[in-house]
Design a protein around this ligand. Structure first.
Ligand code: BTN
Length: 260
């Protein structure tokens, strides 16, 4: 079970994660946090964490699997003053903060895949689902983060084993979820998507696993192929397709083995 005392001992943020809510079992932390916002005025940085998420949601309607008591599955409430178009910066910031958090714990091999997958050697170790909505006090964003921390790959659903990994499976040791979460939140607090988005974009590009590489890009029913050139100032993908740079605010990158 997640140890609240250990977590607060490690937490040195000003705001993020200071309001901490724990629920042992829930369908989705994103859904519960949003529901709670309808009845309570929650402070910036409120964090809701569960040890057993039974109906975790991923991007594009996918499911997020997480074994009980092993991983980090949580949602964070933010009230950033950002236009709708710039909201994508929040999930980029969260991805950067997760990689920073791993690094603070001495693990340097993780990278990012646009827009917000956290990878180790091409396998997914974490994902982010950021959802914007309107509260009585303006717009809010719930940043849902799932990280495979102490998951044993062999125990995961068979269909996920080839594409997934965990910190435990990669490093062979058990990680303190409490310390890792505190480190991720501290890293996140060092970024400001409103006043200094360029800092986030710069670090994101340095962690990107496919910068300057040919990628397959899945956009709805269309599969494109092009060179991933980097990010726009709002975090959109710049992909050169057929000699022309195109800008995408959403879509799915797949690695193109023919060129990497
Ligand atoms: C993805 O990679 O598709 C995003 C996965 C996001 C999973 C997290 S786990 C905590 C939060 N609650 C959810 O239902 N989803 C997010």
């Amino acid at each position: 079970m997640f140890n609240r005392e250990l977590y607060f001992k490690a937490l040195i943020t000003r705001t993020l994660g200071r309001e901490f809510r724990y629920i042992p079992r829930i369908g989705s932390t994103n859904d519960l946090l949003r529901k709670t916002c309808a009845t309570e005025t929650l402070p910036e940085g409120t964090l809701l964490l569960t040890d057993h998420q039974t109906a975790g949601r991923g991007r594009a309607g996918r499911r997020w699997y997480s074994g009980e008591n092993l991983n980090l599955t949580f949602s964070l409430l933010l009230y950033p003053q950002l236009s709708m178009e710039a909201s994508g910066l929040i999930s980029l910031m969260a991805g950067v903060a997760v990689v920073d958090g791993f690094r603070a714990g001495g693990f340097f091999q993780a990278g990012l895949k646009w827009p917000n997958d956290i990878l180790i050697s091409g396998r997914k170790i974490g994902g982010i689902l950021a959802e914007r909505f309107i509260t009585g006090h303006g717009s809010a964003i719930i940043v849902g983060i799932g990280i495979n921390v102490n998951e044993d790959l062999a125990q995961m659903p068979a269909d996920l084993q080839a594409s997934t990994t965990s910190l435990f499976s990669t490093t062979g040791k058990t990680w303190s979820r409490e310390k890792l979460l505190a480190a991720i939140l501290l890293a996140m607090e060092s970024y400001d998507p409103t006043t200094a988005p360029a800092d986030i974009l710069k670090v994101w590009e340095s962690y990107c696993t496919h910068a300057g590489k040919t990628v397959k890009f899945n956009r709805g029913p269309t599969m494109l192929r092009g060179l991933f050139e980097g990010l726009t100032d709002r975090g959109c993908a710049r992909i050169r397709i057929g000699g022309k740079e195109q800008i995408f605010s959403s879509g799915e990158i797949e690695f193109d083995d023919t060129d990497n």
